[in-house]
Every structure is written in structure tokens, then in C-alpha cells.
Design a binder for this molecule. Structure first.
Ligand code: SF4
Ligand code: SF4
Length: 303
């Protein structure tokens, strides 16, 4: 098969497997602006306690060091916008763990490619030193908004990103040029933690970081800012005009369990460990653990 025909096949297969968008970029070192932005962000301590971001920077800035022989980066996006949102939990965490949902499909995509041509590849989804949003821009998917999310024109930002690094040459998409944010500042104004600025996001002030990644006590008076959201925070995405017409996802694993949809504020406040285990088995919320989730839920009593 030619590079052109295999590229068309890859994109058709990605769509068949449930990915909403697929683009392809040449695997090479990232541009110096992106690496400097990342270094500066870490230098300012804006990554808080996520020390893993300090490590493996040479691989993060050059995917050919991460996957030997890698020539192309296939970037996919999977919609996670829920049809009916579970109150208190960020949209992305309402179904089964997205790492598995995305990676399983990337393995299937790799197998599909192998059925047509010899190919080695490694799939990633938020699990390795890969500058995911940078590569999504390079693959033409969209732009990085002031809320630091990848925004796909006409579709919005409620998308998981995944990458399949392969050792075959493909036809490459044009990088997405510019930003469609214009003069809008809605996400910056809506951010309850004042974590967003033109410089990017300061994780130390971000409610998503504080409720999910931060161990130990929460900062004082944070409960009022959390409103009723005790796992993550979607304010900078909800406020974005590009998400106004976001369509609900149709991925079976990403649908919330019926029991989750029936939860009320009163029931969250008295959640037991057994209920937690049943509600969040195989969910991204497991990352938080029962004690930490209750820490967050109890903080929302400050309203
Ligand atoms: S997730 Fe919430 S706190 Fe974090 S940057 Fe977005 S709006 Fe601000
Ligand atoms: S809310 Fe406005 S500034 Fe923020 S990401 Fe969306 S379009 Fe850009």
C-alpha cells in the first residue's frame, strides 16, 4: 500500500473504532517554543506536586526517543461529553477509566494497520511523557485555548486525546494555524481558583488539581469555590463558547452507571466505602481514593 492509501485507511479505521477526529503528524523533536514554554511553566512551579512532569523531558520533547524508530504520530480524539451529567463529578470521569477505553481502541487500530502493512507501534493516552495537545495541534486537530484545553473547531474540548506512535511513514496533516479564542476571556473570568492567565494554568490554584492530585489537607476556604463539584472542575470548559453545542458521546464504556445518576447531595455526604467501591470500580475516580473523595465532599459543606 502507498503512504496515501494507508493514511486513508488509518483515518477510516479510527472513525470506525469510535474516535471522532484523527490527524497525523511527522514524529520529530517539538519546536523550541513549546519546550521553552514547558520548561518555564515547570520552573515557576506551576505544576505543583506533579513531579513526574519534571522527569523524562528529553523524551517529552522528542517522541522518537520514547518509541524507537517512530516516524509518525497518529493523534485521535474521543468525545466524552455526557448526555446527562452526574452532579459533582467532572465530565471526563463519569464513565469507565478513559485510559483503558482509548488505549484498547488504539491497540485495535494498530492491529488494523498491521493487517495491511508491517508496522510497529506504541499507543499512549495520558500515560507517558507525550506533549499530547502539542501533537494534536501539529496533526491539525485544533488549537490550545486560553483554558489550556485542545479545542476542536465545531466540536469543542470535551475530548480525550490518544496517540499511536508508529514506525511507518504516512501522509501528514497541516498543523492547525492560530487560535479561535479571539478576544474571549470567558474561561479566565469563570475560573473559581483564579488559576488561569495568559501565562497558562497554575495547578496550585486549580480545583481540578486540588481535588484529584493534591494529597493532604485542602487549602482553607476552598469549599466555597468548589460549589458542589467534589471531583475535578469543569468551569473553564463549561464557560467556553466552543462547547455550547457539544454533542453527547456514544461510547458504551463512557456512560455513567445508572446508580451514579441517581446520587443526590445528601447521599454523597453520607457515602460509605462500600458504595464508593461499587460506584467507582474501574473508573478514573479510583485515582482519588475513598478518604480523599470524602475530604472533597465534606469541603463542599462550606457553601
Ligand atoms: S479546572 Fe476549574 S479551577 Fe482549574 S483552571 Fe479550569 S476553571 Fe480553573
Ligand atoms: S472560553 Fe474563550 S478564551 Fe477560553 S478557551 Fe474558550 S474561546 Fe478561548
Amino acid at each position: 500500500m502507498t503512504a496515501s492509501s494507508i493514511t486513508q485507511y488509518v483515518k477510516a479505521e479510527a472513525q470506525r473504532l469510535g474516535f471522532d477526529v484523527c490527524g497525523i503528524a511527522k514524529a520529530e523533536a517539538v519546536c523550541s517554543t513549546a519546550a521553552e514554554f514547558c520548561d518555564s511553566w515547570i520552573g515557576k512551579g506551576h505544576h505543583a506536586t506533579m513531579h513526574y512532569l519534571e522527569r523524562n523531558r528529553e523524551k517529552r520533547y522528542n517522541p522518537t526517543l520514547l518509541a524507537e524508530g517512530c516516524k509518525s504520530i497518529i493523534v485521535v480524539a474521543m468525545n466524552y461529553c455526557p448526555a446527562r451529567a452526574v452532579e459533582g463529578i467532572s465530565h471526563y470521569a463519569q464513565g469507565a477509566d478513559y485510559h483503558k477505553a482509548v488505549k484498547e481502541r488504539l491497540f485495535m487500530l494498530l492491529n488494523s494497520i498491521r493487517s495491511k502493512t508491517p508496522c510497529n507501534g506504541r499507543p499512549f493516552c495520558d500515560s507517558a511523557p507525550v506533549l499530547e495537545r502539542y501533537w494534536a495541534v501539529q496533526a491539525g486537530l485544533g488549537w490550545i485555548g486560553r483554558n489550556r484545553q485542545l479545542i476542536i473547531p465545531g466540536k469543542g474540548s470535551y475530548f480525550f486525546l490518544g496517540e499511536l506512535l508508529v514506525d511507518i511513514e504516512l501522509e501528514y496533516d497541516k498543523p492547525f494555524a492560530g487560535s479561535h479564542c479571539g478576544n474571549c476571556r470567558k474561561c479566565i473570568e469563570a475560573c473559581p481558583g483564579a488559576a488561569l492567565s495568559e501565562e497558562g494554568i497554575d495547578a496550585r490554584k486549580c480545583l481540578s488539581y486540588l481535588t484529584i492530585e493534591h494529597r493532604g489537607e485542602l487549602p482553607e476556604n476552598i469549599g466555597k469555590k468548589m460549589k458542589n463539584c467534589f471531583y475535578g472542575c469543569d468551569c473553564c470548559q463549561r464557560s467556553c463558547p466552543h462547547n455550547k453545542s457539544a454533542a453527547p458521546n456514544s461510547i458504551p464504556e463512557l456512560q455513567p452507571k445508572p446508580a451514579l445518576l441517581q446520587m443526590t447531595r445528601e447521599r454523597w455526604l453520607s457515602l460509605t466505602k462500600e458504595e464508593y467501591d461499587s460506584l467507582f470500580a474501574h473508573s478514573a475516580v479510583e485515582r482519588c481514593g475513598y478518604e480523599q473523595l470524602m475530604r472533597n465532599i465534606n469541603a463542599t459543606k462550606e457553601q
